[in-house]
Design a protein around this ligand. Structure first.
Ligand SMILES: *[C@@H]1O[C@H](CO)[C@@H](O)[C@H](O)[C@H]1NC(C)=O
Ligand SMILES: *[C@@H]1O[C@H](CO)[C@@H](O)[C@H](O)[C@H]1NC(C)=O
Ligand SMILES: *[C@@H]1O[C@H](CO)[C@@H](O)[C@H](O)[C@H]1NC(C)=O
Ligand SMILES: *[C@@H]1O[C@H](CO)[C@@H](O)[C@H](O)[C@H]1NC(C)=O
Length: 418
């Protein structure tokens, strides 16, 4: 009786997450959408149109500029890559003008340089931009993607009833699985359900998707990035429980390196995405990026927080006086002594750097006797920011100074017990 019970438990737990061996840490890479959208006019926009030229150019830059070595190893094409019509066999056809050598050529090109290749599809009748969707062609499309050598599929959810998604997304996943080619599966399913006011079935989403979009598309602006941060903050304790090796929340692309974010705001996106254990998928022009932003994207200390092997997503314990405080447990340096990444984001955009004052209790940080305090490292130092940790009224506190719409990102490593 007991044995049977244990067997059932085991089989439940082994089917709990998508078992394709992918995305054991949050995926990193580059996607075309936020920066290049649906630019298809290669005559007037030869450098920006969604084309073989764009993808191979960014791939070469990702390799020569050090992004691949830093961990950014996916390159994905988003919407608007195909012809408007399927061929006589109902197969998707890449734009003949913009991908003259087909998609296999592009996949081979990026894979030969050490990358994995991503391609976009839509679960509905049409993609968000009106290209053919997969609703009635899931099996043939899964096979086509596998034939081309796709490693990562982003499946959007435009032009379809949300009531079909609970069955459809898993079904499409089964067809991908059946091809025998492991493909990282990015779903938009929970976002569209939430948008329709329906609580997503999280057990099913975790089981069938490697990453999933929770909220609106990111735009190249602070207001967009901040609204995503606030959404994840407001829901972070719950959302953090869905994340783990092989299955991650996706707050959408990094817009660092474009036009809309200041240097401080770029640091905020990098820091909060890392605390959230979010995919780090850039969408920018790697051939035209300011040196300090490139350095930020390549910052190994911050990337290490995002990629931490414990795979535990962080959350926002509190927000007060327009400063949000974030915390993620990371792999301990000394076994059984917690190490943490902590971020303070100053949401005030008026005037000078602002002071904040947070107790360890408010931050839900262990201060039990067995700890001999923490070694603290500022991972994104700025000459106008500072922090101190001190004890008063028997409480440990952070006193911090953070730039307007900026972030203080700290790594706390517990010291050996006395
Ligand atoms: C459609 O399939 C048939 C039979 O396999 C094949 O001969 C034909 O070339 C295909 N058409 C296209 C456009 O690939
Ligand atoms: C297909 O699913 C099975 C069972 O979950 C898994 O063991 C296998 O690795 C998957 N294969 C691919 C190619 O994703
Ligand atoms: C940490 O783990 C070691 C080895 O398991 C154990 O001996 C020690 O008591 C633990 N320390 C604390 C403070 O839990
Ligand atoms: C933080 O709180 C402590 C204790 O209430 C107080 O002594 C200190 O002045 C405060 N610091 C700031 C910057 O508000």
């Amino acid at each position: 009786m007991n044995q049977i019970f244990i067997l059932i438990l085991l089989s439940l737990s082994s089917s709990w997450a998508l078992d394709n061996g992918l995305a054991l840490t949050p995926p990193m890479g580059w996607l075309s959408w936020q920066r290049y959208r649906c630019t298809i006019d290669c005559v007037n926009h030869p450098q920006e149109c969604i084309s073989e030229n764009l993808i191979t150019r960014q791939a070469n830059l990702m390799k020569t500029e050090g992004y691949l070595d830093a961990g950014y190893n996916y390159i994905g094409i988003d919407d608007c890559w195909s012809e408007l019509k399927r061929d006589e066999n109902q197969t998707l056809v890449p734009s003949k003008e913009r991908f003259p050598r087909g998609m296999k050529y592009v996949a081979d090109f990026v894979q030969e340089r050490g990358f994995k290749f991503g391609l976009y599809g839509d679960f509905g009748l049409r993609t968000c931009e009106g290209y053919p969707g997969s609703l009635l062609h899931m099996e043939v499309d899964a096979n086509t993607f596998a034939d081309w050598g796709v490693d990562y599929v982003k499946v959007d959810g435009c032009h379809v009833l949300v009531s079909l998604m609970d069955e459809g997304y898993p079904k499409f996943g089964e067809y991908f699985n059946k091809t025998g080619r492991p493909m990282m599966y990015s779903c938009s399913w929970p976002f569209y359900l939430s948008l329709a006011g329906i609580e997503p079935n999280w057990d099913s989403i975790i089981k069938h998707c490697n990453i999933w979009r929770n909220h609106f598309d990111v735009q190249d602006s602070w207001s967009s990035v901040e609204s995503i941060i606030n959404y994840f903050g407001d829901n972070s304790k719950r959302l953090a429980t869905y994340a783990g090796p092989g299955h991650w929340n996706d707050p959408d692309m990094l817009v660092i390196g474009n036009f809309g974010l200041s240097y401080d705001q770029s640091k905020v996106q990098m820091a909060v995405w890392s605390i959230l254990a979010a995919p780090l998928l850039m969408s920018n022009d790697l051939g035209n990026i300011k040196p300090e932003l490139k350095e930020l994207l390549l910052n190994q200390d911050v990337i290490a927080i995002d990629q931490d092997s414990l795979g535990r997503a962080g959350y926002r314990p509190l927000k007060k006086s327009q400063i949000s405080a974030w915390k993620r447990e990371i792999t301990p340096v000394i076994s059984n002594h917690t190490s943490l990444a902590i971020a303070f984001v100053n949401h005030n955009d008026n005037g000078a750097p602002r002071f904040g004052n947070f107790t360890f209790e408010e931050m839900e940080i262990d201060t039990s006797e067995r700890f001999n305090g923490y070694d603290i490292q500022d991972l994104l130092p700025s000459s106008t920011q500072k922090y101190t940790v001190y004890q008063s009224d028997g409480r440990y506190r952070f006193e911090i100074l953070v730039n307007p719409t900026g972030v203080l990102l700290l790594r706390l490593t517990a010291r050996e017990s006395l």
